[in-house]
Ligand binder design. Sequence first.
Ligand SMILES: C[S@@+](CC[C@H](N)C(=O)[O-])C[C@H]1O[C@@H](n2cnc3c(N)ncnc32)[C@H](O)[C@@H]1O
Length: 365
Amino acid sequence: MDEFLEQIRRSGVTLTPELAAAFAGLPREAFVPDGFRRNGGGWARPGDDDFLSLVYQDDALVTKVRDRLPISSSSQPSLMALMIEALDVRPGLRVLEIGAGTGYNAAVLASIGATVTSVDVQEDVAGRARAALARAGVEGVTVEQGDGYAGHPGGHFDRVIVTVGVAGISPRWLDQLEPDGVIVAPVDHAGMHPVLAARRPATLADPAGPLTAGLVCHAGFMTAAGPLSATHPGSFPPAAGARELGELTEFAPARFDPPLEGIPYRDLWYASGVWDRRTSHAAVPGVQQSSLALIDDDRSGGAVIFPDGSVRTAGPTLLGAEAASILDRWIAAGRPAVSMWRVGFTLTGDPEAPIWVPGSWELTS
Ligand SMILES: C[S@@+](CC[C@H](N)C(=O)[O-])C[C@H]1O[C@@H](n2cnc3c(N)ncnc32)[C@H](O)[C@@H]1O
């Protein structure tokens, strides 16, 4: 268990003693009794020689797949830790979780002393989460089946944590949240789901505000079902598949040596999404990770910004110049990290199921 905690810390997370005790006290394997998808393909099952060592990696464990796409999982523990830390959970607080999944995150929250209501849209997933929590002897968690857009009708909460990618914040969660309560949610931005932390203001009358949020960290989540993944006027284009953009030709040479690694590349990606709504990602043949791309509205072409700052374009597009100017702007702004942005929300979408989505951004110092 010490090695598990060390792995979580190696991802740059400072575990509070309470959170470390919660992770150390819970058998993660009890939450994945039917196993999970191996990273290289195939299924890891209890009884496999490496099962427990895989369970105690700082990795997401995909527990349910449909058409080869993950539709339920246990999130990456270091990401869970960052989100729980941002949630500012204390013993006795009432937490609404959207996306029960395996029940493991709810169990961690309950181990810190919260009372948790967790909602999952999939009946079988909710049932398995209930069984896992009982098997692990966790008390203080109720699992409900339902669309998380509705929250838990009739409930009152001090915190809301969302563990599935959403287009924005459901007004129902705000209705059920105490003033000054915190919502932590991965909200769609340029094809990723960076995690936002918002505090519920006393009033929410103005449809153009006053809900605002800070950025917790970069993340990628599976997308929610139902109105929580609604498209809206500020939605970003879907990712482009391999070769969808056509043949790429060089537009601008490399400018970062060494190339931007992991987090700085995502910082640039986030800023690109703020400055250009055509930002998404593209699968580029020969490149393992997906790449930051501006995609033409009619999807006839686009521009890809690579970690070394080079730009390559495809199709009849002017997006190469736009991509280069995003790079100029990000560099001129001092290469802002994602945590430097503050987001303002706007109420939009289907009048039957409106949703607060990010609509304005400012850089804080
Ligand atoms: C990444 S998993 C959640 C991880 C979970 N918290 C854990 O600790 O294992 C995302 C879950 O969100 C659920 N989900 C998707 N759309 C939903 C919605 N609209 N309302 C509630 N749950 C939803 C999925 O069924 C899936 O189980």
